[in-house]
Design a protein around this ligand. Structure first.
Ligand SMILES: Cc1cc2nc3c(=O)[nH]c(=O)nc-3n(C[C@H](O)[C@H](O)[C@H](O)COP(=O)(O)OP(=O)(O)OC[C@H]3O[C@@H](n4cnc5c(N)ncnc54)[C@H](O)[C@@H]3O)c2cc1C
Length: 289
């Protein structure tokens, strides 16, 4: 199956001993808003015809905007019951959002949520991601529940073009992967009687929660992040800046590219720039919305 335009695929690499690892972040958009014109029509039709609110859902506007943009624009327009013929039309949405962004009325951007599956990223990076609290929801692979069968590692960008760092990395993950399996095996044997009577899941957790202590920061840690547009913008702003760490900055750039496919008017003010170290970051005239 080919990747869709709403994802950036990352494929695994393998050491000679078969240990899988990732070199770049993968970003898949799992969910995005959908706008229900019919429900809006029901509301609009409840007002006096002379107000012209039925014009709001007239066929002319269908399909002009992505649903996330339509939802945020409608949220803003409802505030002033700006639903009649004199409202800003969808064809002028760019100007509308420019005004929202420049005046800092970010709350209307909180209506639209996007869920992204992020993978090919390290545990040290996800520790940075989950510091973003406002407007974010997370579900991350449990190192207590899963075992060595799904274990993958992430190679730092700095190691990838250096022979010594790269081969040291491959040796290390081969070793760690074996050590993890070995520790899990010995733990299982040691716990023996202690595990009797427990469900298979509980047994696995008891073993894995201890065995994970040998896993390094460069262990892959897939995570599903759902956040509203305002929260994603804050994430992009913090993590796409020159002050951010290179791995998370690369992820931020990929996240932005995927979000742009569904809501370019809400994220289009972020422009990719080449930073002093040759990596890509962002600039935006509206960092604080
Ligand atoms: C370059 C860089 C370096 C960093 N270095 C470190 C470091 O050395 N150590 C470290 O621990 N972290 C570090 N961080 C993480 C940073 O401190 C934040 O935790 C992270 O960027 C999330 O930002 P945030 O709190 O603004 O986001 P969110 O938690 O999403 O909050 C968004 C906004 O909501 C408001 N808000 C959220 N919660 C509260 C609250 N409880 N009370 C009041 N207002 C609230 C604030 O305005 C906040 O900016 C670093 C981040 C970056 C980008």
């Amino acid at each position: 199956m080919k990747p869709t335009m709403f994802e950036i695929e990352s494929k695994p690499f393998f050491t000679q001993q078969g240990t899988p690892y990732m070199k770049t972040p993968g970003v898949s958009m799992l969910s995005y808003p959908s706008f229900d014109f019919n429900s809006m029509a029901t509301f609009c039709n409840g007002f006096d015809e002379s107000l012209g609110f039925n014009d709001f859902v007239a066929g002319s506007e269908f399909g002009e905007l992505h649903s996330a943009e339509k939802l945020c624009k409608t949220a803003g327009q409802l505030c002033y019951m700006s639903l009649g013929p004199k409202r800003t039309k969808d064809s002028d949405a760019e100007k509308y959002f420019d005004n929202i962004l420049s005046s800092g009325h970010g709350s209307v951007l909180e209506h639209a949520n996007f869920s992204l599956l992020l993978y090919g990223i390290s545990r040290s990076m996800t520790h940075e991601i989950v510091r973003h609290r406002a407007g974010f929801a997370y579900s991350q692979v449990s190192q207590r529940y899963v075992d060595g069968k799904v274990l993958r590692f992430v190679e730092r960008p700095e190691y990838q073009d250096n022979e010594i760092l790269h081969s040291t990395f491959e040796d290390r993950i081969d070793l760690l992967s074996k050590e993890y399996d070995h520790v899990a095996l010995v733990l299982g044997e040691k716990m023996g009687d202690e595990l009797n009577g427990l469900s298979n899941t509980e047994k696995r957790k008891r073993v894995n929660q201890a065995a994970r202590s040998v896993l390094p920061n460069e262990t892959e840690a897939p995570i599903i992040c759902t956040a509203n547009v305002r929260a994603w913008r804050h994430f992009l702003n913090m993590r796409g800046s020159k002050f951010a760490e290179v791995e998370v900055r690369k992820l931020a750039v990929f996240v932005h590219r995927v979000l742009m496919k569904r809501a370019s008017l809400l994220f289009g003010d972020f422009t990719e720039v080449t930073l002093d170290d040759g990596t890509t970051g962002f600039t935006t005239p509206y960092p604080k919305v």
